[in-house]
Design a protein around this ligand. Sequence first.
Ligand SMILES: [Cu+2]
Length: 144
Amino acid sequence: MKHLAQWHTLSNMFTRKARSLRLASGVVVLTLTLAFALAACGGSTTSSTSTNTPAGSGSGTSVSIFSFGFNPATLTVKVGQTITWTNTASIAHTTTSDSGSAVQWDSGTLAPNATFQFTFTKAGTYTYHCSIHPSMHGTIVVTS
Ligand SMILES: [Cu+2]
């Protein structure tokens, strides 16, 4: 009888251990899922780059900087309007006028979430890029 009681306690302990192990593996799966979701939001993977393809031209006075481009790629504003660039990426970028641009500006290094503002006072078409990633190009069209 004593043996049986001991066996019972032992098997109870075993069951409890198995249950907590199952719980632990559930936590691991959840953690991995979260890590994947976070990685997908990081902007450094190819999939998030393709979902962030610039919409082409746009209105308003805001440009989002993402990895790797500007959205909208071409923004049209009126003379005197101030454009705000926001770095929505998880890495640093810049907004820097091309050397041939009639109006010159340079944000310097913009950390993630940093913004840069520039007021355009002359009508024209101005091209710019990211000085860290020269393949990133944008255009500002200023109309009178
Ligand atoms: Cu860049």
